[in-house]
Design a protein around this ligand. Structure first.
Ligand code: G3P
Ligand code: CA
Length: 242
């Protein structure tokens, strides 16, 4: 079984996270999937940015939720990383969907609603993904497991993956019980036995965020379904030249 490599926030070690260039470079590098983070603008447009606030990854300040899409689009989402990326904008989720549908990339949409529980984010994001016919292809994840349950109430056929950072005794039972098809577990909370537990239940398990070679090698050996990494190029080298 081949472990897939998902670019965490795109190829975010070398390019500004959650921007179109980071996603396009991940594809060029050979990543098989993309992980990205979604918040809602003031006018309820899903936008791709990790933090609730703008200051770390843009030249703006304040909360994403307090700005319209038009205002968000005026911001520079690349210069914080390197001035050569000063043309990068905060992408809308729709822009990513339009681009990704013509690639073979898998897509993991993380709803960033564990700090701000955006009203109706599930319906808004689901309808947008459905507009592109990708609702049963993408993986919806969140640390807000109630939100994933709300998504499953909208459509029981979609793939949801609860995010989990702490160790659990039998996480595969939890995932199965809530109707998830996989779970995304922080690398420090995973063992080979846990991965086997998921596979026995015919569930998938993926891990984040794996950037060190020896950990990549370990998870490839343990046959995890996918790793999320800021360095898809490095992970591909480790996986394919082992
Ligand atoms: O989806 C896995 C991982 O991205 C969750 O943590 O903070 O990098 O979004 P974070
Ligand atoms: Ca994320």
């Amino acid at each position: 079984m081949k472990t897939l490599i998902y670019a965490h926030r795109g190829a975010s070690k070398d390019y500004p996270e959650n921007t179109m260039i980071a996603f396009k470079k991940a594809l060029e590098m050979g990543a098989e999937g993309i992980e990205l983070d979604v918040q809602l603008s003031k006018d309820n447009v899903p936008v791709v940015i990790h933090d609730e606030q703008l200051k770390r990854t843009t030249n703006g300040s304040g909360f994403v939720k307090d700005m319209s899409l038009k205002e968000l689009k005026e911001l520079d989402a690349g210069s914080w990383f390197n001035s050569t990326f000063n043309k990068e904008k905060i992408p809308t989720l729709e822009e990513v969907l339009v681009w990704i549908k013509d690639t073979k990339l898998e897509l993991n949409i993380e709803l960033k609603n564990n700090i701000i529980d955006y009203e109706k984010i599930e319906k808004i994001v689901y309808e947008l993904v459905k507009k592109y016919g990708m609702e049963t292809e993408v993986i919806f994840s969140s640390f807000n497991h109630c939100s994933l349950k709300r998504l499953l109430e909208i459509d029981e056929h979609i793939n949801v993956a609860p995010l989990q950072s702490a160790r659990m005794i039998t996480p595969w039972k939890y995932a199965k019980g809530m109707g998830a098809t996989s779970m995304h577990i922080r690398f420090t909370s995973l063992s080979q036995k846990t991965i086997e537990g998921f596979h026995k239940e015919e569930l998938k398990v993926r891990t984040y965020t794996v950037n060190r070679s020896f950990l990549m090698r370990q998870f490839f050996k343990w046959n995890i379904d996918a790793i999320m990494t800021d360095m898809p190029n490095k992970a591909l080298e480790v996986r394919d030249n082992k």
